[in-house]
Structures are given as C-alpha cells and as structure tokens.
Design a protein around this ligand. Structure first.
Ligand code: ADP
Length: 477
C-alpha cells in the first residue's frame, strides 16, 4: 500500500505545532507496518549541512495557479528511514513564518496544485493521499477537477486529518477562478462555499473519502456547535466517514531511559533517579531543594484554550498548598504577565519561565511530580502524553484527547494513570490539585500510580494500525 502524506510542516525540518510531530512520527510508524508511506512538505527551511549532501533533485516544472505559471523544484531525501519530498519555491516559501501572510490563499492553492503535479515526477504512485489541515484542503477538489482523467490519478483515494478545526482558510469566492482554475458553479453548488467565501477546510471535509481527527472524543465534540466552528452540521452529515484516532508519541524522542536532555535517566524501577532530576531542577531554578515538596508543572503555549483562566481564578489558593509550581511557556501577553506577577508574589513557590526551550521542557517533564493541563478544548494534546511517559501524573480536564489518554485515579479499584475533572470550573480543578497533593504524601500509592502512568500505551503502533484500516476501507470502495 502506497500512502503520500501531505503536510505544510514536519519535524525535524519545520515546526509550529503538533501537526509537524504527527507528520514525522505517523509515516515512520506506518512504514514499520509495511506501508510505503512517504511525506511531501513545502521547503520553508534550509537543510542543515549534514543533510544537504543527501538531497536529491528530482525535477523542476511549472504549475498553473489560475492564470499564473509558477515554478516548482522537487527534491527528495531520506530521513530516519522515511522518504521526504520537498516542494521548493522561494517566492512562496522563503519567508518569515509559515502562515499568516497576505497571500496565504494563493500560497496554499499553489502548494495543493504542486503536490498533485509532483506525483508525475516520482517513482511512486500513491493509492491514498493523506492530507492534513486546511493548507491542503483543496487537494481532493483539484484532483477531481483537473487530474481524474489521467490513468495515474483516476483511482487515488483521499483521507483528510483535522488537527485543529479552528483554523479554516476562508477566502473570497474569486479564488475559484483566480487561483484554482475552476468555475463559479462550485461556489453555487455549496460544497466549498462558507458564509460568503470559499473554505479550504470545508472543501477538505466535503470531498475527502474519509475524514479523521486526532482523538475519539474530539471527533464527537466537533459535531456539536460549541466545538464545531460552524462546521458541526457538515461533520454530522459526514459522520459515517469521520473517525477519531489518538496521536501517539515518538518513543525515540520522548524516553526517560535515554533522553539526552535530562541528567539522570530512569525507568519504572528507578524512581529515585526521577527524584534526582527534581532536586537538580529545584536547584537550577532557585526553588527550595526538597524532594518531599510536590512539584506541579505546565509546559504550554500560553493561549486561552489551555485553561489559563481557571488558573488565574484560583492561583492564590494553589499557592496556599504545600507545593511548588513551574511554568514554561510563551504566548498571549496577558497570560505571560499574569505568570510573572504571581512569580513576584510567590517567589519561593512559583517559577515562570517565559521562553520556548525544548531541553528545559524535557527536564521539567522528568523532574515534576504533577503535570497540569486544564484545557478548554484539546484536539489531542501531546503534553499529557509526554508527562505520562516520564511518570509525571497529569491533571487534565476531560475534553478531547485529554479524556482519551488520562484515566482518573480510583483508590478503591486501584485504577487510573492521573487525575481529571469534568467541568470548566476553577474550583473543580483546584480540588483535583488538592487530591494529587494529598496522595503525594502516601509515597507507596503514589509510586504505584507513577509506574502505571509510565506503562500507559502512548505509542504510535495501535494508531498506525487504525489508519491502515481506514486506508484499506477507502481503497476498497
Ligand atoms: P499544542 O499543539 O496545542 O501547542 P500539545 O500539547 O499538543 O499542544 O503540544 C505542545 C508541544 O509543545 C509539547 O511537546 C510541549 O512540550 C511543547 N511546548 C509547548 N510550549 C513549550 C515551551 N515554551 N518550550 C518548549 N516546549 C514547549
């Protein structure tokens, strides 16, 4: 089975969010299951010198973007056992940042068109094109409109994954003729039309053979108006072709047994070493060095969806508990200032590191006892899964992927791998924090829970198999 995985970003070449992690880890996991999965991304970066030598230029050609003819350089490289194709066009891609430019509609119309055209120049014929997020949403539309007559394209199936429904790519209706070489009948027939514009996201949902999103719960939630971003009706309509598959974690990158960023490596039998990571971090951050103080952490974008309003509401009560709180994050100025204010109010208990720092993030996952993630909504969430793997017990709100990956601790049945609360309510969150801090004093029960958390299945293996089932399903239609 041949699968071409299309994304605007992929680790290790470019990353702004979780999509890049999936674009790296899922194709790798699919290849372990004997799928010939390859990735195609826009070349928005310069390759590091060590990789430059192995880049192979396949071809260059021109594609139609409406009335324009635009250059495409196509190259390939193998990284970590996975073949990657790069679409190179300096005019569109050599810019500061990946998104948010005045001509995003044109840029991603170009990207969708050049992905389809590139297939002619590969020694690889995909059975399935797996495309991701709004930037690639026009792929099934362009495939139907401009390529189906061609033998190489006529049987290709499409699977669309929504990583975040909030970002949709909606532009004026003139993009149909101006950028996509299509007639306005497509606007009037409704499949692409969205509140007076043309939507990449809606087109992807409407024209893909199957749609997936990144957790089972989020797949249900987006069929309700609160999470549905005005597409809930369409998603309900496509319910039979909509699947939720929880993202896994790349176990080579996140592994406390061999993580190069942490000072003491550990596994489930060496929790004393985990505590040494805590003592080290306490010292580094200028907190009291005391292994008996529970340390709670957050590593997060400081964005509204991450539940920061709940924290703001009860921060004084949290600081009244016998614990330490470490926050690593950047984002909205209001929340950055809020964290800095509370740090100055409680300098012995709270450390707010306002920066993006991957090595420090790894050290925090290894050092902390509790990981707080009280999101308003969360399509999947990586943070709580990393925390589980590092034996840092997550406290989450029961939404999206948080609900699917964290099972609340149940003392009577001796079950669970963390703590959770249902409602978006600051005192419910506070109560969960209090429960965790209380349990921390019962070291035997705590350690048992930590060991169970570390053994939670966060791998890609099962999820990769679920994707393969979907590929098979659409190929047999
Ligand atoms: P989202 O994709 O919505 O930001 P996720 O939990 O899915 O949330 O993924 C966030 C990823 O980014 C995690 O790997 C987390 O550790 C990392 N991260 C977030 N903020 C920082 C930061 N300030 N420094 C380092 N890593 C961060």
């Amino acid at each position: 089975m041949n699968v071409l995985f299309v994304a605007s970003e992929a680790v290790p070449f470019s990353k702004t969010g979780g999509l890049a992690d999936v674009a790296f880890a899922l194709p790798k996991a699919l290849r372990k299951e004997n799928v010939d999965a390859r990735v195609i991304i826009s070349k928005t970066f310069d390759l590091p010198e060590r990789l430059e030598k192995s880049e192979n230029h396949l071809s260059h050609f021109y594609v139609d973007v409406g009335w324009r003819k635009q250059y495409v350089g196509l190259s390939e490289i193998e990284y970590d056992g996975v073949p990657y194709y790069f679409i190179d066009n300096e005019y569109y891609f050599k810019r500061d940042g990946l998104y948010g430019h005045y001509d995003d509609g044109e840029k991603f119309s170009y990207f969708c068109r050049s992905v389809l055209e590139s297939i002619r120049y590969m020694d690889f014929k995909p059975d399935v094109i797996h495309f991701n997020d709004w930037h690639t949403g026009m792929i099934p539309v362009l495939l139907n409109e401009h390529y189906r007559h061609d033998e190489d394209y006529k049987d290709i199936k499409t699977v669309y994954t929504i990583h975040n429904l909030k970002y949709q790519g909606v532009f004026g209706p003139d993009i149909l003729s101006d950028l996509l070489s299509m007639g306005h009948d497509h606007y009037h027939s409704g499949g692409m039309e969205f509140h007076g514009g043309v939507s990449f996201m809606k087109s992807g949902i409407n024209f893909a053979d199957a749609i997936t999103t990144v957790s089972e719960t989020y797949a249900k939630e987006i069929q309700y108006p609160f999470f549905g971003e005005r597409l809930d009706g369409l998603l309900r309509h496509r319910d039979h072709d909509l699947y939720g598959i929880t993202n896994g974690l790349d176990h080579d990158i996140y592994d406390p047994r061999k993580d190069p960023h942490i000072i003491k490596k550990y596994d489930t039998r060496g929790l004393k070493k985990k505590r040494e990571n805590k003592l080290h971090l306490q010292k580094e951050l200028g907190l009291e060095v005391n292994e008996n103080k529970p340390m709670m952490a957050m590593v997060t974008r400081l964005a509204n969806m991450k539940g920061l309003d709940l924290i703001e509401h009860v921060m004084d009560e949290i600081m009244g508990l016998d614990m330490q709180f470490v926050v690593l994050g950047t984002g909205e100025p209001h929340y950055e200032k809020m964290m800095q204010y509370y740090q100055s109010k409680y300098p012995d208990k709270l450390k707010a590191e306002i920066q993006f720092n991957a090595p420090l993030a790894h050290q925090i996952y290894a050092a902390a006892d509790i990981f707080l993630m009280p999101s308003l909504f969360e399509p999947c969430g990586l943070g709580q899964q990393i925390a589980l793997r590092y034996g840092t017990l997550p406290i989450v709100r029961e939404t999206g992927g948080l609900k699917d990956t964290v099972t609340p601790y149940n003392a009577f049945e001796d079950e669970g791998n963390g703590f959770s609360f249902a409602n978006y309510n600051a005192h419910e969150m506070l109560h969960s924090i209090e429960r965790a801090v209380d349990l921390y004093r019962d070291r035997r029960a705590w350690n048992k829970l930590v060991q169970r958390a570390m053994k939670s299945d966060t791998s890609w293996k099962n999820s990769a198999k679920k994707y393969i089932d979907i590929y098979e399903n659409v190929m047999n239609r």
